[in-house]
Design a binder for this molecule. Sequence first.
Ligand code: HOZ
Length: 427
Amino acid sequence: MTRSQVLFQKAQEVIPGGVNSPVRAFRSVGDVPRFIKSAKGSRIHDVDGNEYIDFVGSWGPMILGHAYPDIVEAVTAAAQFGLSFGAATEAEITMAELICEMVPSVEMVRLVNSGTEAVMSALRVARGYTGRPKIIKFEGCYHGHGDSMLVKAGSGVMTAGIPDSLGVPAGCAGDTLTAVYNDLDSVQKLFEENKNEIAAVILELVPANMGVILPQEGFLHDLKKMCEENGALLIADEVITGFRLGPGGAQAFFNIKADLTTFGKIIGAGMPVGAYGGRKEIMQMVAPCGGVYQAGTLSGNPLATAAGIAQLSILKSKPEVYSQINHLSLKLSEGLNSLINIYGLNARVNQIGSLSCLFFTEKEVTNYDQVKSSDTGLFARYFQIMINKGIYLAPSQFEAIFMSYAHSQEDIDYTLQCAEDAFKSMK
Ligand code: HOZ
């Protein structure tokens, strides 16, 4: 037995499913989680001494690669001055200024501890601001595990096949309406059926929790217009795309301005942090300015803030980070596509910037139903072959491939070589 297998057995005695987040259990790929010991650059190492090229990057935040020296230094330096104060600090202002400067739609921002918390808070603000109860979300978009967002959700819930979680009160789920991504008619219909009741439309501008889906021409702009016409706010969930699709995230990429935006682990370079922000007039609804309550001892934590300031400052001043990660991501996608053609596989790649996904389906993939047509059994085989060759992919068909600044052309070449071996044996 490997050390990972031994640890997994032990973990299952005291942690549900042996993991602290479901996708990590490797269930959908019929494998056993690798217990990770360390990570550096583009590589992670497990407790059995195996090294992998990592394309998960802690689910996105490792844009610069693991243990990037300036970030480790910033966190280490901050730790000398105390781990948590539960009080205001100067660093929080720097962090807020950086976010507001980099994402123009954000005029004021509140730091929290995770993307889930950011979304829960942004929804409350939207309801408080508009005085309306209902929220429209899109099938397959994932906005963390807050009760009202576990309706037709992507990511782990989709992987586990339980998109509507047990334990969510009917009243709570009833206020969440679901539309089809890339289908404006489905949104229009909900607005018509729920006149003056919709507080906000929330979406991942580029869904990256059901694999990666690209917005079709005009979809985001028309959606924003539709929100304005109906007096609803547009909430951009940029937990994955923020500071990854560029310093201004997906909003800058598509030249769109949301009313509220949510961020997650990326703004803390992987530390437990999140944020929500938006127009001043809306954000001033938040206590103690206004009547929408939201609070937290760990919000603005000094270590998370130190990591965040270091990461965001680098991203702001080094455009070459984006040209490199986008270039490598494109190379990987092109390479996979050409192998798909050569070996005649029913598969396709969706890619945008440093995000991509290899879907095992022949159909175009532009929404949740199409994603669900993917052959998850085939993905599992591919995953197993790849991990045994030292390529660490997300253990689910419904997650993204994340490129980092630490990846090299050699990493991509080797990955494609492994993919070719995998495709050959899967034919
Ligand atoms: N649901 C997360 C990815 N979209 C996985 C989180 C984790 O396992 O860390």
